[in-house]
Design a protein. Structure first.
Length: 577
């Protein structure tokens, strides 16, 4: 932006707009912090203290003169406004559990609560009042001249860490050493130019997009043997944990390869990486976040479709379970997650287009949430529970702020659905073109692409070993009960599995393992479902809606490249259920 080349006074004047009341300014800055994806839990009192210092006469309003003077001389206002350019730190208030020293004045950070500022990207640490006293620059994220392209040079920053020097192997005293941002190598100040000048990016070399591969931002230069990781984080999926994941990846990798999905979605990151022929993606969020990214990849029309790994931050995480990434991230070291990504294998995953045609266009009902199915589609009892959950969460979002609470609410709605049986006599208003439902007493139908639903339930169940004989062609529709017993699910076979559910109690029995599966109805390459008489709840990949009478067509669309983790040991890094 034009502001990036401006002077601090110009930046401050640009941000200063009426009204000038202190409370209004604080509210505006809180909104900016929320947009930037910051953890704003304790930011308001910090801003209040800052604005009190700026409001010298205590009038409750701030003049332009007070605003500029405060930003230039009193507090790190420019930093809190998030106006960063390359080499400039992005600070956040932090509490330090062990003795920590300011990298500017070299004195200890003292006090209770949050004692100082720490750069999100390079971990450079200072007192609040030292942030404007010529701190050393933050690590570069790109190079400015063609001569620097491909030159793997270290980026040294002052490090407050007690360890041995990589060159002389002697202990580094406090604030007497330097750390390379990319390879994490430590050296004494006087040993900087004695060791190797080239940087190999250290243990994370297979994931890092180094600054010497980026020129004239935002252009990535194609350099051999660089296959970086593009990271997307959805903080809304994981709350505070999601924000911690975002910050940690910004520290471990180049900040220009880590994107907060709350700020513009996946498009900016995909556009930045569009010229690379080989890179991987790690998406941190729930199943809905993965679907969001897959849709964005379709729209971006990339040269290649990069393979995708998943760090599960959602509630159900059914797709992450099927790809062995687990049922939820437990806060373990993200370096180990990156090792898992490195050791993963590529698997194609089917994606399905769904077309919902209402019988009466004037009675269209709720909007259909998605046009593509990645995990499953269902109608009836389970969609009814999901719809109740979704409606209550929309009304009272503060009651649904953790994975544990969400599961308890889901249990409560499942219990009430058991009593009300709102989807009883499903066969009277729903037909499947090749399945006879007349002899069954079902309350729900599920169309499955992956072997997990409802946060870990395998509705299809385990299969018997098939008798020797010819294989089944993909184009066939299989409804024979005995043959269905021998069929296993495969997310790459361009086939869907259709399962019937008797009610909420049966869903609970399958989830807890008291029952092995639902009723196998069919395996097919396409399906048409007709709903008559009345509206029923439906859901696609966990997003529910109420649907009046209609005809539904589901057809194969394409395949996405996904990364499946290696089989985990019992002491793995994820909770699998």
């Amino acid at each position: 932006s034009v502001l990036e080349e401006g002077q601090p006074r110009e930046k401050l004047e640009c941000w200063f707009h009426p009204p000038f009341e202190v409370d209004r300014i604080i509210t505006q800055m809180m909104r900016a912090a929320d947009y930037l994806g910051w953890d704003a839990t304790e930011l308001r009192p910090v801003l209040k203290d800052m604005m009190t210092a700026i409001d010298v006469d205590g009038s409750g309003t701030v003049t332009l003169e007070e605003w500029v003077k405060g930003g230039m001389n009193n507090v790190p206002l420019l930093v809190l406004l998030g106006l960063k350019r390359d080499g400039q730190h992005i600070w956040r208030m932090k509490h330090f559990n062990k003795p920590t020293y300011c990298s500017v004045c070299h004195s200890m950070l003292l006090g209770l609560g949050k004692q100082g500022l720490c750069c999100t990207f390079c971990k450079y640490t200072v007192h609040s009042h030292c942030a404007n006293k010529n701190p050393e620059p933050c690590a570069r994220t790109f190079v400015r001249s063609k001569k620097e392209i491909g030159v793997a040079a270290h980026d040294w920053i002052k490090a407050d860490k007690s360890t041995k020097c990589r060159v002389c192997h002697k202990k580094i005293k406090t604030l007497a050493g330097r750390r390379c941002v990319w390879c994490q190598e430590m050296r004494h100040d006087e040993c900087i130019f004695l060791g190797l000048s080239s940087c190999d990016c250290g243990p994370l070399r297979d994931h890092i997009l180094p600054p010497w591969a980026i020129h004239a931002v935002p252009k990535i230069v194609s350099i051999p043997n660089i296959h970086p990781l593009l990271v997307f984080v959805n903080p809304k999926s994981g709350g505070k944990q999601g924000l911690r994941v975002l910050r940690k990846f910004q520290y471990l990798l180049n900040p220009r390869q880590v994107y907060n999905l709350s700020n513009g979605g996946p498009a900016p990151g995909l556009h930045f990486f569009r010229n690379l022929r080989e890179f991987r993606i790690l998406v941190c969020g729930g199943d809905g976040t993965v679907g969001w990214l897959l849709d964005a990849i379709d729209k971006e029309n990339l040269q290649v479709h990069p393979p995708i790994a998943v760090l599960p931050l959602g509630t159900g995480n059914d797709l992450a379970r099927c790809l062995r990434w687990g049922g939820g991230y437990d806060g373990s070291d993200l370096r180990e997650i990156l090792k898992e990504v490195e050791a993963s294998e590529l698997v194609p995953m089917d994606r399905w287009s769904i077309q919902v045609i209402p019988d009466d266009p004037q009675e269209a009902g709720d909007p259909v949430p998605y046009e593509i199915i990645n995990n499953y589609f269902s109608v009836g009892v389970d969609a009814s529970i999901a719809h109740r959950f979704h409606s209550m969460r929309e009304k009272y979002p503060q009651r649904f702020n953790s994975r544990r609470k969400n599961k308890l609410w889901y249990l409560e709605f499942a219990t009430s659905e058991t009593i009300s049986a709102s989807c009883k006599r499903l066969k009277e208003c729903l037909t499947i073109e090749f399945v006879d439902l007349s002899s069954m007493s079902l309350e729900g139908i599920a169309v499955l692409n992956i072997p997990s639903m409802h946060g870990g339930s395998n509705l299809w169940g385990e299969s018997k070993k098939p008798n020797s004989g010819p294989g089944v062609e993909h184009s066939e529709i299989i409804t024979d009960p005995e043959l269905l017993k021998t069929i296993s699910q495969d997310m790459s076979d361009k086939l869907l599995e259709v399962v019937g559910l008797e009610g909420a109690i049966e869903m609970g029995q399958i989830y807890t393992g008291l029952k092995s599966a639902g009723h196998r109805l069919a395996q097919t390459s396409q399906i048409t479902i007709r709903l008559t008489i009345k509206a029923l709840p439906m859901q696609i990949d966990g997003e529910p809606w109420m649907q009046p009478p209609c005809t539904i067509h589901i057809r194969h669309k394409n395949q996405a490249n996904m990364l499946m983790a290696a089989p985990t040991k019992s002491t793995g890094f994820f909770h699998h259920k």
